[in-house]
Design a protein around this ligand. Structure first.
Ligand SMILES: Cc1ncc(COP(=O)(O)O)c(C=O)c1O
Length: 333
């Protein structure tokens, strides 16, 4: 059996430390070699944020990062909102390129890729700073070769619609921070145990938002409906890319609030599709909603043609099979 996503790592990573006044020059170090003071701010007060992006190998052996600039901008924003030291975006970009170039020959061929996890966290040894920012921090670029996300075939996902709780505090939603995943872990674990759900679709006060680790798209005929950007949820790079491609295809993109009632009403129509978007899977089909103890099949309950078309259109750009008309790729080698 193939290793689980994100459990195999390249042996080295680029790392830099902020000492309160400047960033150290980046170094390549063994990936299992960081040492932290047990009082490090991140271990107590979750001053951490990270990114997830991918590099793809093309047929000629060249390796390309997908929308790195968007991920760097989101990381810089997460860092600012968490009051971590300001990142140097040029340094971050250089460190990502350097780490990926180092392992360019080992980037798995499509449908595999190199998953990249840039991470920034507070390192100041200060356990009295519960309400004060860490003045010191560390930034590294960990990488993990990953295989075909859909190697077992397209599994139709089961989502529990949760309209009472929320994934995280609303003002934290657009920060890609460890604390948000910790906050959602209990509810998701219970949903898995209680109703065999794969994920929760958080719908605070009936407003359909996102799942624990992906954005949500509803596809009804020629229209894609997804929540408009606000600070309550993560602004996915994949979401943005798919909406751009959908517009290119002549689809109607509606970024607006959608209620649980409207969602269930539309999902009952034959031909309706629902899917989760994110870097890991690109677009994963949803077959069932579970709401107040009742199961609702989405459309025919099988993967829809628009989901497949959007996913392959994006994959073809990433894999170098189609022209990169939006300038989303950065070559590293
Ligand atoms: C909570 C959450 N929402 C959305 C996404 C999708 O973001 P992206 O498309 O940038 O991977 C992710 C994935 O990283 C996520 O963790």
């Amino acid at each position: 059996m193939a290793a689980a996503f994100g459990t195999v790592f390249m042996p080295e990573m680029a790392i830099s430390w902020f000492d309160g006044s400047r960033w150290s020059s980046s170094e390549m170090v063994p990936s299992n070699s960081i040492s932290l003071h047990p009082g490090a701010h991140v271990l107590h007060y979750s001053s951490t944020c990270f990114e997830g992006l991918k590099a793809f190998q093309h047929k000629d052996g060249s390796v390309h990062l997908f929308r790195m600039d968007k991920n760097i901008a989101r990381l810089a924003q997460s860092s600012r909102l968490l009051y971590l030291p300001e990142l140097n975006e040029k340094m971050v970009s250089d460190m990502i390129k350097e780490t990926v170039a180092r392992f360019a020959n080992e980037v798995p061929a499509p449908p595999g890729s190199l998953y990249i996890r840039p991470t920034h966290f507070g390192t100041e040894a200060a356990i009295g700073k519960a309400a004060v920012a860490s003045s010191e921090s560390c930034f590294f670029v960990l990488t993990s070769p990953v295989g075909d996300y859909f190697s077992g075939g397209d599994k139709m996902l089961r989502l529990l619609l949760e309209d009472e709780g929320m994934r995280c505090a609303p003002h934290m939603g657009m920060i890609k921070s460890g604390g948000n995943y910790a906050s959602a872990l209990g509810p998701i674990s219970r949903a898995r145990d209680d109703v065999n759900a794969d994920q929760i679709l958080f719908c605070p006060n009936g407003d359909v938002q996102e799942t624990g680790a992906a954005n949500f798209l509803l596809i009804d005929g020629n229209e894609i409906i997804t929540k408009a950007l606000d600070e309550s949820f993560l602004h996915g790079v994949t979401r943005d890319s798919l909406l751009t491609l959908a517009k290119d295809m002549g689809m109607t993109v509606s970024e607006r609030n959608i209620s649980v009632d409207e969602l269930l009403e539309r999902a009952a129509k034959p031909g309706c599709e629902a899917a989760l978007s994110g870097t890991a899977a690109v677009l994963a089909p949803v077959g069932t909603f579970i709401y107040k103890g009742k199961e609702h099949t989405v459309g025919e309950g099988s993967i829809g043609k628009t989901t497949l078309k959007l996913r392959s259109t994006l994959n073809n750009i990433q894999w170098g099979h189609a022209e990169d008309t939006h300038g989303w790729l950065t070559r590293v080698n």
